[in-house]
Design a protein around this ligand. Structure first.
Ligand code: FAD
Length: 481
């Protein structure tokens, strides 16, 4: 480790190699979504200023890492909570925050975005020209996590997965070489990066397909569990309607928070969007007008993209411990209701956990979205459009104390396993696990299926023959486990 730090300090300015003794170390290392991530203590945080710094880092540190002298982590905006995926105990964390710059192509067909940007900045820039891209619903989300793993946006039903909308990755390979990966150049790497996470390269720039987008209608609605079954029914009915519009984006969920427990043990929340400038579109009626509801908390209105993404960012927190885990099932009412019941029935012993806010959220992968993958050049996720429509089941939790880590994680791990088993028994199970929502115990790469895993492994052997990103970047989900 000492040799690696000495090498870095010889090659870069002091302010770029931040050691634990430096004033800004604590600020940088606590700027993760999950407090637990910031409890990992890297021996140094490296702050590249541009792509060439990243390449120089890989050329200098790669050989030392392959000799077993140092390990490193790659961090975008640090929003993913899976422990160790973007930070590392006793290694070097490369924090890409200074790789900024948003450049709209002259013909407005795409935008090139530095790996250190956040979605909110991209949306602000594009909105000036009446444009948008598929990206995180949260303005605070980083570009990398979603662009390398799949990703749902407000516009996914109409425009496809976020990763399918990346048309070029500018990437630093394990050799330090900078390459482009797109449909024509390094096409196997292009498809591998669409779902392969941090296994192939450090991506320094993303070119994202842009499209025209005006204001749209949407927001949140809070209501009570007696209406939840109707919501699930309506959602599945819409997804199975061959005439369904591709302008809706709907998340329905239920959860527990001590803050709301006096109103109702379980509160339900829908986040609903209609991505055209239409007030009160009838297709959203079932998800907006149920009664009773908490009228004072209803926020459905006409929004621009920046407002919508800022509203979503408000649901985040950086002072709590955070866990995501997910599975996928077919859009089937009995399966989804069983998932909801299993989750709700598990909550009793957890209600004493300090600061607990937890939810189960259903969000669709409609057929319209799945059908976009092939024309966009393919990805590595292994989802067969003919299996659709599918439903993502996300269990999200925020809490305060490390003493409760195991209790939360093991309770919801059991819930997820029970949901998968129940779905298997009904014939509605789907292997896919979304990497960006995965817990450390999950294996999204395995869930892509053998054929895709084999292709990912072949791409790794070709572009990273010594296995730098497999052996020396241990965080995230690896290809040969
Ligand atoms: C309020 C809120 C809203 C959200 N909304 C959405 C949403 O709308 N849709 C959705 O799909 N998810 C959503 N999420 C999930 C969240 O956006 C992701 O977990 C987050 O975007 C991760 O991105 P990041 O750039 O911060 O990645 P990080 O957490 O920094 O990294 C995640 C992984 O990607 C790797 N990585 C990141 N950048 C690079 C790079 N340049 N090169 C190589 N590897 C890299 C890291 O090594 C790590 O393994 C939301 C989360 C919150 C808290």
């Amino acid at each position: 480790m000492a040799e690696a730090i000495k090498t870095l300090r010889g090659a870069f300015s002091e302010s770029q190699v931040v050691l634990p003794s430096a004033d800004d170390y604590a600020t940088l290392n606590t700027s993760y979504l999950s407090k637990a991530q910031g409890e990992l203590q890297p021996s140094a945080i490296f702050l590249p200023q541009d792509r060439d710094d990243v390449a120089k880092f890989v050329r200098l540190i790669g050989p030392l890492a392959l000799q077993g002298k140092v390990k490193f982590a790659v961090r975008g905006a640090g929003q993913q909570p899976a422990l160790g995926c973007n930070n590392i105990e006793g290694g070097i964390t490369i924090d890409l925050r200074h790789l900024t710059g948003i450049h709209l192509k002259e013909d407005s067909s795409s935008v090139s975005v530095g790996a250190g940007e956040r979605w909110g900045e991209v949306y602000s820039k594009l909105q000036e020209s009446g444009l948008a891209v598929t990206g995180s619903r949260s303005s605070l989300g980083g570009i990398g996590g979603l662009s390398l793993s799949g990703g749902l946006s407000f516009f996914s039903s109409r425009e496809g997965f976020i990763t399918d909308n990346v048309i070029n990755f500018e990437a630093v390979l394990a050799s330090g070489e900078v390459v482009n990966a797109n449909a024509n150049e390094n096409a196997d790497l292009f498809v591998a990066l669409r779902g392969g996470g941090n296994n192939f390269a450090i991506v320094t720039r993303y070119e994202l397909r842009a499209f025209k987008q005006g204001k749209f209608w949407g927001g949140s609605v809070f209501y009570f569990p007696n209406s939840f079954p109707d919501q699930v029914e309506a959602y599945v009915k819409e997804l199975k309607d061959p005439e369904a519009t591709d302008e809706t984006h709907i998340m329905i969920g239920a959860g527990y928070s001590a803050a709301y427990a006096q109103i109702s043990e379980i509160m339900c929340m829908n986040q609903v969007y209609y991505t055209k400038e239409v007030e009160n579109p009838p297709v959203l009626d079932p998800y907006v007008n149920m009664q009773p509801q908490l009228d004072a908390m209803k926020s459905v209105r006409m929004l621009n993209l920046v407002e919508a993404a800022n509203q979503q960012a408000g649901h985040g927190s950086s002072t709590s411990r955070v866990s995501y885990m997910n599975t996928t099932v077919k859009a089937d009412v009995p399966t989804l209701m069983a998932a909801y019941e299993t989750y709700v029935n598990s909550l009793g012993p957890l209600k004493a956990v300090e600061g607990l806010t937890t939810s189960i959220t259903l969000q669709a992968y409609p057929k319209s979205l799945l059908n976009k993958t092939s024309p966009a050049g393919g990805n590595s996720l292994g989802i067969n459009p003919s299996d659709g429509p599918l439903m993502s089941v996300l269990i999200l939790s925020f809490w305060q104390n490390s003493d409760d880590d195991d209790k939360i994680q093991s309770t919801f791990k059991n819930v997820l396993e029970a949901i998968d088993q129940d779905a298997a028994a009904r014939g509605t199970a789907v292997p896919y696990k979304y990497m960006n929502y995965a817990a450390p115990f999950q294996d999204p790469i395995e869930s892509y299926g053998e054929e895709n895993k084999n292709k990912l492994q072949a791409a790794s052997k070709k572009y990273d023959p010594k296995g730098l990103f497999q052996k020396c970047v241990p965080g995230g989900w690896k290809l040969f486990d």
